[in-house]
Design a protein around this ligand. Structure first.
Ligand code: GSH
Length: 92
């Protein structure tokens, strides 16, 4: 049986944002790539982020359609062993 394709990781970010840098450093350390959406330069994308995440802080992280939350949320999932299944395309 074929493995399901890895879901796309989407990071909503802004320019001056330490948590965004930390999130990207973590993903990079895992050899992962992501689609970065800058909300400080694109108000329409900011609206989309708020509609999807129901939050205004950055980063907001999605794995496929699953809302992970911010950097702290991603790290909490990682510590709980729940991030890797999401990255492998398994439902939460
Ligand atoms: N606990 C959040 C903190 C995120 C955070 O404080 N982000 C700052 C920028 S680095 C922000 O968006 N501040 C504005 C706001 O909270 O609306 C996380 O881990 O992502």
């Amino acid at each position: 049986m074929n493995a399901s394709p890895a879901p796309q990781i989407t990071l909503y970010t802004s320019a001056i944002c330490g948590y965004c840098v930390a999130a990207k450093n973590f993903l990079k350390s895992r050899g992962l790539s992501w689609n970065e959406v800058r909300i400080d330069t694109d108000p329409a994308e900011r609206e989309k982020m708020v509609a999807r995440a129901l939050r205004t802080s950055v980063p907001q992280i999605f794995i496929g359609d699953t809302h992970v939350g911010g950097y702290d949320d991603m790290m909490a999932l990682h510590r709980a062993g729940k991030l890797e299944p999401l990255l492998e395309g398994q439902a939460p």
